[in-house]
Structure formats: structure tokens, C-alpha cells
Design a protein around this ligand. Structure first.
Ligand code: ADP
Ligand code: MG
Length: 589
């Protein structure tokens, strides 16, 4: 991708400007804060760092990690150990080392997340925190018995200096996380939170997305832990216990700490609430009750303080964007006569010797007692559009799932060109050029249209190509938030994004559901242009037989999991068996 494109796309300058401004504010605070607040301010900054990390796993990737401070303890432990061993390199290097080791621990704890979700994952991570309580944290940190103190970095040794040092670390981490969130990794995290199948279909490994979220999150917590060691000199285990991790998790949820400024807000609450309680003469442990109550509020209303605050601040801007989005959504209009005349002449060249692109033979799938597919053969030739039709429950979606790699236990073989796909996981098949869309909405609402195209196309489409394919399918512009796009149009965005990936074969599972009749016609016209325009062949599952007639050269009909008829459109549509199967089903007769 050209450099200008990239800079334009990620608006690379502004985060640095924000970072510099934040740093100036922190420098001013470092000079102006009254003495008794400086130490608390360090704690707030360190908590902010831990919350930024937690925000990646919980807010962005949608998983649960109740052991964030255990990762912090790992970082603190490493820094303490390196102090005792006098490892060369100094505090900054030890801090990084603590982050790396904590990140590795994050990968290990993330492994169960590959199989577990929700409450089960909560139990595993909580168990890890409790196990650490009972082992790692029962023994003292290295150097503690001898009273060895972790040395703060030179030039930042007093509290004010160390506050500034922590602020610098925070800003560096915040900017780095901003770019990570914007990158394909970040889109992968958001996508995995919304739909694992959607993620795999984009050619992104679900395992890698989940593990990387855990690793980055834990590494950041490890750095926070190393800072705590520097702050207190001799780290003590009680600061990293399970109950603290739970409280931090609640704070991440309450504040919405996947948003960077909200992590700071959460970090401030982390010190403010206990401090207020102390001043009111209430034991500080009651802070956990306050956090618990806030957490219940956030979880039951499914909202968070941070997002609410941010919404209030940005309401006007969002209204404007929504208006722009709404105006852009009705973009799919039928092509004029002339345009479409051109389309007809560029339709699949039947004169050429046909080359098989997708070859499925003997495909059988059973779900328990249900034989969803039985010995199904299907071929899609290069440059053509093939229709797969059949009554509800005939096995069409099952067929797509099987060839896309989601049903590894199927019988039969699937080839794409010269590649045998059997046994490959979904993301590998996607990378080999087999893309599919879903019957259900699997477009993550937290992305913009442009981010989604970048994610699905694995960064292959330039800004110009993205704009072109979006316009081609009448989609809203790249800057529109998907949450502002109606469900029917989201399906079009999904098709556009997959086209931008330039696949060899695109399988569409009822893509036109949710579109008006006029949009149906317009969509059919665009489909016919696709093989010549993008070099992509299409297998389309569709209920609307008008649409099927207008785009598909050949058709396969499934009924009760078996091929009822297969061949060119004319023959299949006039087959008496097909007519019988469809009687009372659709408007075919
Ligand atoms: P279509 O897409 O043609 O409407 P499907 O492929 O969704 O049909 O379903 C085919 C058959 O397989 C149906 O009888 C359905 O109930 C069954 N089926 C689909 N998915 C599953 C599943 N995960 N477990 C059990 N049965 C399933
Ligand atoms: Mg279906």
C-alpha cells in the first residue's frame, strides 16, 4: 500500500499531537501538584496503564480476564528479581523484561480462552489469580527479606520525578495501543468479540486474535507492575491480590477502559474512591463495595460511565455523521439501460473452454440424526455465477459452512482450482481465495465501514479501491460507523468488503435479504458485472428466483440435503421435479 495512503488512512499525526499535549499536562501536574497528591497521582497513572491493558481483552476483544493484577505481580516480581541479581541494563530494561514475561504468562492464560467463553473463562482466570495468591504472592518478592529497594531510573528518583517517568510510560503505551487498535490486530480483536466465524472467514486466525489480545494486555499489566515496584521500592504481595484484580475488572467495565481517555478516568476513580472513603472515616475496604455496586449497574444496564460521558460530549458530531450515513444508505439504484447493455456483453465468456474453479464431490454432512447433506456434487467454473437454491432447511447454509471449513467432520472433497481444501481451517481457505458472507449479520458494529473493508480485505485494498467497490454496491462512505448502517445495507457492505479482498470465489448466503424490490434488481445487475470487473466467480444462495434467473448461468437445486437438479438455468427451472419441490414454497409457478 502506498505510504500516502497509509498516513491518510490512519491519520497518523494526530495521536502524536494528543500524546504530546497529554505529556505537557502531566509535566505541569508534576510541577504543580501538592506533595501529598503526587504519590496518589503515580498510583492513578499506574492503574490507568493496567486498565488500558484490560480494556484490550475485555472491551475490545470481548473476553473476560479477572487476573490483571497477577500479570502486574509478574512484572513487579521480575523487576525485583533483576534488582537483586543486578542484571545489567537498568530499570527501564527490567521494566520491559517484566512486560515480556507477563505477556508470555498472558499467552498461557489465554490458551483456555481458545475454547472457553463467558463465565467459564471468568472462572479459569479467577482461578489463576487465586492460585497466584496462594503461591507466588505467599512468598515474598525477591529482595524483600533483605530490604533491597528497586532503584528508580536516574533523573526520576524523587516522587515528582517518578510521576513524570510514569506519565511518559503511560503516553508511550497509549499511543502504541492506539495504533494497535487501528491496525489489523485491533480490527481482529473487535471482530472476534462480535463473531468468531466472521473473523475466520476474513482469513484472520481466531486463535491469534485471542492470544494476541491476552498477550498485549498482560504485557501492559506487567509494565504497570514494574512501575509499582519502582514506586514502592519493595513490592509487597497484598497489592496484587485477587480481590484487587476483580475491582480493577469492574472499573474497566464501568469506565469503558478500551477508550484511552476513559482508562485515565478509571485510573483516577481507582485512587479517588478509597481516598474519599478514608476522608469520610469509612474503612477503605468499603471501596470494593462501591466498585461492586458500580459494576452491577454497568452490567445490568449494559452501558458504562465512560461511553455515556463520551456520548454526551460527542452527541452533536454523531448526529452529523448519522445524517451523512442516512443520506448515503439509499445508494443502490438500478443501472440505466446503456450501462446494463454494456454489462450484458461483458458477462461470462461462455465461448472459452470452461475451467473448474470450485469442485465439490460427494459432500455429506450429518448433525446427530439429521442428514443435512448427502453426496452433493457441485462445480463452479471460472468467471461464472452459479445459483444454489432449495426450500428452507434444504442444506444450503450447511453446504457453505462445509466448503468454508466450519464443519471439518464432513465427508467428500472440496477443491479450489488446484488446491485441495480438505482439512484446512476456515482462515486458511479464506486466504487461498474462498470467501463467504453469512446469512446472519456478522459485521461488527464497532468498526467503521472503511475499517471493516481493510480488515476483511487484509489490507489489500487501497483507499481508492475501497471507495470504488463501496460505490459500486451503493454502500455508505468509508468513514460511516457500521452501527449507523441498516441491516440490509450491512449485507452489501459485507459483500463489498469481501470483493475488496479479490477472492477467486465469493460465496453469498442470501445476500439480498432485507433489500427492497428495486434494490434487489439493482443488486442483481451489479452481481452480473462482478466476474469481469473483479475477476471473482460467484456461488449465490438466494430465495428470490427473479434474482437467480437474472444472474445465474447454471443452477443447482438442493432438497432435503440432496441434489434434486443441476445444470443450466433453462433446464433446471423447467424440471418437473424442481417445480414440484417448489410448489407452495415460492412464487415460481
Ligand atoms: P438452508 O440454509 O437450506 O435453509 P440449513 O443448511 O440451514 O438449510 O439446514 C439444513 C438442515 O440441517 C436443517 O434440517 C437444519 O435444521 C439442520 N441443521 C443445520 N445446522 C445444524 C446444526 N448446527 N445442528 C443440527 N442441525 C442443523
Ligand atoms: Mg440458510
Amino acid at each position: 500500500m502506498p505510504l500516502v495512503d497509509r498516513v491518510f488512512r490512519s491519520r497518523r499525526l494526530s495521536p502524536f499531537v494528543y500524546g504530546a499535549l497529554a505529556l505537557l499536562v502531566f509535566l505541569a501536574l508534576g510541577a504543580l501538584l501538592p506533595n501529598y497528591l503526587v504519590y496518589l497521582a503515580i498510583t492513578a497513572i499506574v492503574a490507568t496503564i493496567a486498565l488500558i491493558g484490560l480494556g484490550i481483552v475485555t472491551g475490545t476483544a470481548g473476553m473476560i480476564a479477572l487476573c490483571q493484577l497477577t500479570f502486574a505481580a509478574v512484572g513487579a516480581w521480575i523487576v525485583s528479581l533483576f534488582t537483586v541479581l543486578q542484571v545489567p541494563g537498568g530499570y527501564l530494561l527490567w521494566l520491559v523484561a517484566g512486560g515480556v514475561v507477563a505477556g508470555l504468562a498472558g499467552v498461557v492464560i489465554g490458551l483456555p480462552a481458545l475454547r472457553l467463553r463467558g463465565v467459564n473463562l471468568a472462572v479459569v482466570t479467577l482461578g489463576f489469580a487465586a492460585a497466584a495468591d496462594a503461591t507466588l504472592l505467599k512468598t515474598q518478592f525477591p529482595g524483600a527479606p533483605q530490604g533491597t529497594k528497586v532503584p528508580r531510573p536516574e533523573g526520576f528518583t524523587d516522587d515528582r520525578g517518578f510521576f513524570v517517568f510514569c506519565a511518559i510510560v503511560l503516553v508511550v503505551i497509549a499511543v502504541a495501543v492506539h495504533f494497535l487498535q487501528k491496525s489489523r490486530f485491533g480490527s481482529g480483536w473487535r471482530s472476534v468479540a462480535f463473531s468468531e466465524r466472521g473473523t475466520a472467514s476474513a482469513g484472520t486466525s481466531v486463535r491469534l486474535s485471542k492470544l494476541s489480545a491476552f498477550a498485549v494486555s498482560a504485557a501492559i499489566a506487567g509494565i504497570a507492575g514494574g512501575l509499582i515496584a519502582g514506586q514502592v521500592g519493595t513490592a509487597y504481595p497484598a497489592g496484587f491480590n485477587t480481590i484487587q484484580s476483580l475491582a480493577l475488572y469492574v472499573l474497566a467495565i464501568v469506565s469503558g477502559s478500551y477508550l484511552l481517555e476513559m482508562a485515565l478516568f478509571g485510573g483516577i476513580l481507582w485512587v479517588l474512591i478509597p481516598e474519599l472513603l478514608k476522608r469520610l472515616g469509612i474503612p477503605q475496604d468499603w471501596g470494593f463495595v462501591v466498585f461492586g455496586a458500580l459494576g452491577i449497574q454497568a452490567l445490568t444496564t449494559n452501558s458504562n460511565l465512560g461511553q455515556d460521558l463520551r456520548n454526551a460530549v460527542t452527541r452533536r458530531r454523531r448526529r452529523r455523521l448519522q445524517a451523512a450515513g442516512a443520506a448515503a444508505e439509499s445508494g443502490l439504484v438500478p443501472l440505466g439501460e446503456e450501462d446494463f447493455a454494456t454489462a450484458l456483453t461483458t458477462a461470462p465468456a461462455h465461448g472459452r473452454a470452461p475451467r473448474a474453479l470450485l469442485t465439490v464431490s460427494g459432500l455429506s454432512v450429518t448433525f446427530g440424526q439429521v442428514q443435512a447433506l448427502q453426496n452433493v456434487d457441485l462445480t463452479v467454473e471460472e468467471g461464472t455465477i452459479v445459483g444454489l437454491i432449495g426450500p428452507n432447511g434444504a442444506g444450503k447454509s450447511t453446504f457453505v459452512d462445509a466448503i468454508a471449513g466450519f464443519l471439518p467432520q464432513h465427508e467428500g472433497t472440496v477443491r479450489l482450482g488446484d488446491d485441495a481444501l480438505d482439512g484446512l481451517p476456515p482462515h486458511r481457505r479464506a486466504r487461498l481465495g474462498l470467501r463467504r458472507t453469512f446469512q446472519q449479520d456478522r459485521v461488527p458494529p464497532s468498526l467503521t465501514v472503511g475499517d471493516f473493508v481493510t480488515f476483511i480485505s487484509r489490507g489489500r485494498a487501497t483507499v481508492a479501491e475501497t471507495a470504488e467497490v463501496l460505490e459500486f454496491l451503493g454502500c455508505p462512505p468509508a468513514a460511516t460507523r457500521i452501527s449507523n448502517v441498516d441491516v440490509g445495507t450491512r449485507r452489501l457492505v459485507e459483500v463489498a468488503a469481501n470483493l475488496a479482498a479479490k477472492p477467486r470465489l465469493l460465496v453469498l448466503d442470501e445476500p439480498a435479504a432485507g433489500l427492497s424490490h428495486e434494490e434487489h434488481v439493482a443488486f442483481g445487475q451489479r452481481l452480473r458485472l462482478i466476474p469481469a470487473r473483479y475477476g471473482t466467480s460467484i456461488l449465490i444462495i438466494e430465495h428470490d428466483l427473479d434474482l437467480v434467473r437474472s444472474v445465474c448461468g447454471s443452477i443447482t437445486v438442493l432438497n432435503f440435503g440432496e441434489v434434486l437438479a443441476s445444470g443450466d438455468q433453462e433446464t433446471v427451472m423447467n424440471d418437473p421435479e424442481v417445480l414440484k419441490a417448489y410448489m407452495g414454497e415460492t412464487e415460481m409457478l
